[in-house]
Design a protein around this ligand. Sequence first.
Ligand code: 6GU
Length: 238
Amino acid sequence: MRIDVVSIFPDYLSALDLSLIGKARASGLLRFDVHDLRDFTTDRHRTVDDTPYGGGAGMVMKAEPWAQALTAVLDAGDTAAAEAAPPVLVIPSPAGEVFRQATAHELAAADHLVFACGRYEGIDERVAEWAEERFTVRPMSIGDYVLNGGEVATLAMVEAIVRLIPGVIGNPGSLTEESHADGLLEYPMYTKPASWRGRDVPEVLLSGDHGRIARWRREQQLARTADRRPDLLPPAGP
Ligand code: 6GU
């Protein structure tokens, strides 16, 4: 897989050089490049934003630097592959569709992902329209709160996606057992010692009875999901 990120704060993305993503890159499963949007401006001040038409607070990112940057990313890509399936352009935005584990699986199947990190009040809407002719455009939110820009959301989405690329996670079993894998939250986990500061590990986990353990874990998943995330449970029957 190939991932490109365009941002006015490319250093924000350096956290992805660590651990998981670093390993995926080193093993050749991932090519990851970050581009500075200001490198695609043409004025002396390297201007990327301007005041909004219609008035209102804040600044809007200008369209032309984005078109230049995204064109450069496309030109550096595999043109034959892009012909078959256009690259996916993820536009992080609190006004996007919510990014879920199912979205991570969908995007992990793409050959080429491009993240357009906006700052200020967003990017001139015509960039998304222009990009529709060249990419599959996916405006994406990571939840119902507001961040200052798309960089932190991109870090979260890239980590969620890259760990699903086959070969990136050493033990693929850990992918099927984790929270959200089956639409429920994960059951509680314990390790040695069996008794710690007066708190004992649930007896069933020491029983060696795999059927009982599986039933107990399922009950815990359902109870925890009902308590913390009732929105994830199917509606109760009649
Ligand atoms: Cl993707 N971007 C910004 N700026 N804020 C957000 C978000 C994204 N997702 C939730 N809040």
